[in-house]
Design a protein around this ligand. Structure first.
Ligand SMILES: Nc1ncnc2c1ncn2[C@@H]1O[C@H](COP(=O)(O)OP(=O)(O)OP(=O)(O)O)[C@@H](O)[C@H]1O
Ligand SMILES: [Mg+2]
Length: 268
């Protein structure tokens, strides 16, 4: 949703550990590679992790509390990604100082203004306190992240319902860690369960998990299908029509053939 001509995406779910930061980091990277100027704001006041996933850990910098409290100007709290010049980053403080969510959102907007970002992506902690608190201050689209597990799906539905009850109208779902296992929820079941339109799917990818631990997000790596998943999602957010599974390989256990058909197949 445009806010002062800017698209603001707030990555959320009331469940922790479903991949919100993974989506925030990689969507930001993919949008920047698509030519957008992007500010990724780590607004997870409980446990910021985007810096680790991007390999920025240990880079000393001012943060959004410094901007909010007027200790520095916005540009001093912004880091430009060394791999992608259109990607900028700012963050909440690691510990201690807690700010009201509206102050954090306001400081993030100032940072986005400072780099003339067309796109602001805000990563948030599990729980919907942050999106609910800033709903009146900033026009955003909520990107709800869920895995295929029943608790995550239930959390996605609750997140969507609570945001809708507070007037948030623009919401889309990303299904993360997707597999085609026969016991897992199908894409249709996910959409029906979450009651939120689908923005995209991200396959389960063990390499991505390991890469992130080394500070190398999947979207920065060319030889895997996971970056393609984020590219597809980025292009959809920019209004392009991209088929859901274009260029994506999904791991999964195919259903076993029934015995009779298996015997027929053996004799062919
Ligand atoms: N598609 C995926 N394939 C494999 N591993 C993934 C995938 N998405 C996320 N992970 C891994 O799952 C773990 C949790 O992901 P992440 O930190 O993004 O979740 P989160 O929702 O931001 O968690 P929190 O609520 O604690 O902020 C991480 O180790 C991450 O690397
Ligand atoms: Mg997170």
């Amino acid at each position: 949703m445009a806010s002062d001509g800017r698209n603001v995406y707030l990555i959320t779910s009331c469940k922790g550990g479903v991949g919100k930061s993974t989506v925030a980091v990689n969507l930001a990277f993919a949008l920047a590679l698509c030519g957008e100027t992007v500010l990724l704001a780590d607004c997870d006041t409980k446990n910021r992790t985007a810096d680790l996933m991007l390999g920025y850990d240990g880079v000393g910098m001012f943060d959004l509390s410094d901007v909010a409290l007027g200790r520095v100007d916005a540009p001093e709290a912004i880091l430009q990604d060394p791999r992608c010049e259109r990607l900028y980053y700012c963050t909440v403080p690691p510990t201690g100082e807690t700010l009201p969510p509206s102050d954090i959102a306001d400081a993030a907007s100032k940072c986005a203004d400072a780099v003339n970002a067309g796109c602001l992506i805000m990563d948030t902690s599990g729980g919907i306190e942050f999106p609910l608190s800033v709903a009146d201050d900033i026009a955003y689209e909520a990107v709800i992240v869920s895995t295929q597990s029943t608790p995550a799906l239930r959390a996605a539905e609750r997140t969507g319902a609570e945001l809708a009850a507070h007037g948030v109208r623009r919401m889309r779902l990303i299904v993360n860690e997707f597999t085609a296992d026969k016991d897992a929820a199908t894409i249709d079941e996910m959409i029906d369960g979450a009651r939120v339109p689908l923005l995209g799917i991200v396959p389960y990818d063990e390499r991505m998990r390991r890469g992130q631990e080394l500070g190398m997000p999947a979207a920065a790596v060319e030889d895997s299908t996971t970056p393609r998943a984020f590219y597809n999602i980025a292009m959809r957010t920019l209004g392009h029509e991209i088929p859901l599974l274009a260029g994506i390989r999904v791991k999964g256990v195919r259903k076993a053939l029934p015995q009779t058909r298996r015997r027929e197949a053996d004799t062919m």
